[in-house]
Design a protein around this ligand. Structure first.
Ligand code: GCW
Length: 701
């Protein structure tokens, strides 16, 4: 029997008639291109942007065209016209130095210093008509310039009198994916790997291009596809064909593909090679790598190179054959040298035989190797000497290897900062590192100046971030975690940008351009990292997380196979006080820094309080700058941190009516959990430390 006239109307929250957009699931990241809602501003933009002049003769230019169509249709509500006439008001003229139009405008001198990736955006007049020129030396520069141009509109900037020139401060701006071939992402909190290895090379998921597009929009130009704990299989012919497919998708977006390799690959025990050894001095091994490199470059002519975790956490390496890190890296460099590839050799090593203090080990192993690496080798070091802790002083290797390009490894995924549950905006942390003065060549030797090559005149420069992406619909799990991906890319391009400016842009592009939303969300974001440090590991504490899981607190953890895997090793709380003595009376890790840092860290009275318990075992009654005792200050910090989370939740709730309901609800749920879990951090740590301080916990001692 037919049922007549039964119409089911499903109302989706956030459904908006006219535009037919469903609630915002976060997939579009910061490339939402929502229509400008201020009618006056909209009209101004519509007058200033009427047509596009672009000769479309490459894949990158087709991407540029599509982006402009999509962006301008969204933002201005109108499809732009594509034309060849430059003398119309509102023409956006896009081209490289080789295009006749750009040549005729005589821009050669201005283009020259912009290199392959830089661009300029200028307001000009051609025969009386007002136009905007976006010019670059290469197509990829145009792509970056167009994303910048769209960002100006997304963030409601004026489009008159433009005179912008931009080029990246760092050459290699990469993401490291800790993605295993079975789809599990190590330290990933946003679903499974984006790479569907089983379906490749036949089935090319449309998400791959979206990934590349998002990265290009923030200037990222390379990606290491697989985990540094590398499965040797990645170098088999089957996998290389899959990798080549991804490289084909990414190429027109200016993104090169790199691979993490397993050092023992040539050895037949790895299941890949056919030799009995992987000794880097063995001629057969060297030939094996050369042949493999040749095979890779036949498939992927612009392959970026290898990333290597060697002799670290059980991974094989040259030391297995009594060779040095330099021997291993140089062998790989020799194989890649004919093809414009690089080797990124990680300095994340902490062999307990080197020194009882884990913080000192990488420096001790690597500084003696300065000058011994092949010219296409980067040494890739984490920002701090331990391991992506909520706050660390800078890894002292930076500044101490003037002849070796050092590439910092930042972690975008929040392994030790609340996974994808806590709202922690990481740009202020990264800024603290970039601005950290190492004094390597006296005052003014910031980490930023080392990384961008200006301090030591590095022959090449690079930076990487451990990605926080997965196949969750919104890519990063927490909506606000998208801001960390965005901020990483922006800072990799220009580390002098402020955390506030980046947050401002991201909010306007991703959430809303409404002033109240911008100021509320921004103030939540800007203090969120310091708050996390406060409720997890204030005053220089570190590594007191649950073993392996690294989410919650476990300060009394002692049962681990190695001492430096326990929490008590790091906090050293006892009846006298708390903290790791790394001064000259202790491990003297302070001595690895340049003067006057080493003296400043060494002396408990001059050591900045944010690093106090990193460098000192301080007495419970130690007087802090606030006038509180150390114990009082510790309590105060933990409470300040958790209070901030409560404030973030309250602030967020004031935005309910102003933002998309799906984003609102998902963030609120996570903030509620952060509130509970930050209090667990506070209470667990203070309860535990109280056993030693023998003083009651008080919120405002
Ligand atoms: O901090 C540790 C992580 C490991 C990671 C390792 C590394 C990829 O807990 O998951 O392994 O660092 O950086 O190599």
């Amino acid at each position: 029997m037919k049922r007549k006239g039964v119409i089911l109307i499903i109302c989706v929250v956030g459904f908006c008639l006219g535009d037919i957009t469903l609630a915002d699931d976060g997939y579009q990241l910061w490339l939402k291109y929502k229509k400008i809602d201020d009618p006056l501003l909209l009209r101004q933009y519509q007058e200033l942007v009427t047509s596009i002049v672009l000769i479309e003769d490459s894949k990158t230019r087709s991407i540029i065209r599509d982006e402009l169509k999509r962006g301008l249709k969204g933002l201005l509500g109108k499809n732009p016209t594509f034309t060849e006439s430059v003398d119309k008001d509102g023409a956006i003229i896009i081209g490289t130095g080789n295009c006749t139009i750009i040549k005729n405008l005589n821009y050669a001198n201005e283009l020259e210093p912009l290199g392959g990736e830089g661009y300029f955006i200028k307001s000009i007049k051609i025969t009386g008509s007002k136009s905007i020129v976006i010019a670059a030396n290469e197509d990829v520069g145009l792509l970056y310039g167009v994303f910048h141009f769209l960002r100006l509109i997304q963030t409601r900037q004026p489009l008159t009198d433009l005179n912008i020139a931009s080029k990246p401060k760092i050459q290699y701006r990469l993401l490291n994916h800790w993605d295993n071939l079975n789809g599990v992402v190590e330290r990933g909190y946003a679903g499974k790997s984006l790479w569907k290895w089983k379906d490749l090379p036949g089935d090319v998921n449309s998400r791959y291009a979206d990934y590349a597009r998002a990265n290009a929009s923030i200037g990222i130009n390379g990606t290491v596809l697989n985990n540094v704990n590398a499965n040797p299989k990645i170098l088999t012919a089957d996998y290389l064909e899959k990798v080549a497919k991804l490289a084909d998708v990414f190429r027109p977006y200016g993104i090169r593909v790199f691979l993490s390799i397993n050092f023992s690959s040539p050895n037949k025990r790895s299941g890949v090679g056919e030799l009995n050894t992987a000794d880097p001095m063995n001629p057969e091994v060297r030939l094996w790598w050369k042949n493999r490199a040749k095979q890779i470059y036949e498939l992927i002519p612009d392959f970026g190179g290898f990333l290597v975790k060697a002799n670290s956490e059980g991974m094989p390496g040259p030391q297995d054959y009594n060779r040095t890190h330099a021997d291993g890296a140089n062998m790989l460099a020799e194989a890649l040298a004919p093809y414009n590839g690089v080797v990124m050799w990680r300095a994340f090593v902490y062999d307990e035989k080197v020194d009882p203090d884990r913080a000192k080990r990488a420096y001790m192993e690597f500084v003696p190797l300065d000058g011994k690496f092949n010219s296409i080798v980067f040494v890739q070091a984490k920002n701090g000497p331990i391991d992506f802790q909520p706050r660390e002083p800078v890894q002292p290797l930076f500044g101490a290897m003037p002849q070796t390009p050092l590439m910092p490894e930042l972690q975008i995924t929040q392994e030790y900062l609340g996974h994808s549950t806590h709202l922690v905006y990481l740009a202020p942390m990264w800024k603290e590192y970039f601005e950290f003065d190492t004094y390597a060549k006296g005052r003014g030797s910031s980490l930023g100046s080392i990384v961008d090559g200006t301090l030591h005149n590095y022959r090449m420069t690079g930076i990487t971030g451990v990605a926080n992406t997965g196949d969750d619909r919104n890519w990063c799990g927490h909506f606000f975690a998208q801001a960390n991906w965005f901020a990483y890319g922006r800072l990799a391009w220009d580390h002098t940008l402020s955390a506030e400016q980046i947050a401002d842009d991201w909010i306007r592009m991703s959430l809303s351009a409404d002033d109240k939303v911008v100021s509320t969300a921004k103030s939540m974001m800007l203090g969120s990292w310091e708050a996390c440090v406060n409720y997890m590991t204030p005053l220089g504490l570190h590594h007191i997380m649950q073993a392996n899981f690294h989410y919650g607190p476990e300060p009394d953890y002692e049962k681990a196979p190695r001492l430096d895997w326990t929490s008590v090793y790091y906090h050293r709380a006892d009846a006298n006080g708390i903290g790791f003595d790394r001064s000259s009376t202790g491990s003297n890790a302070a001595g690895q820094y340049f003067s006057p840092l080493r003296e400043m860290f060494d002396d408990i009275d001059t050591c900045p309080e944010k690093y106090l318990l990193w460098f000192h075992h301080a007495g419970w009654e130690h007087k802090m700058q606030s006038g509180r005792t150390l114990w009082g200050e510790l309590c105060y910090k933990y409470y300040t941190g958790t209070k901030y989370v409560e404030d973030m939740l309250n602030a967020w709730q004031t935005l309910e009516k102003d933002i998309d309901p799906e984003i609102y609800a998902s963030v609120k749920t996570r903030l509620e959990k952060q509130k509970v879990d930050s209090a667990v951090w506070r209470d667990t740590c203070l309860d535990y430390f109280r056993k030693f301080s023998k003083t009651p916990v008080s919120e405002s001692n």
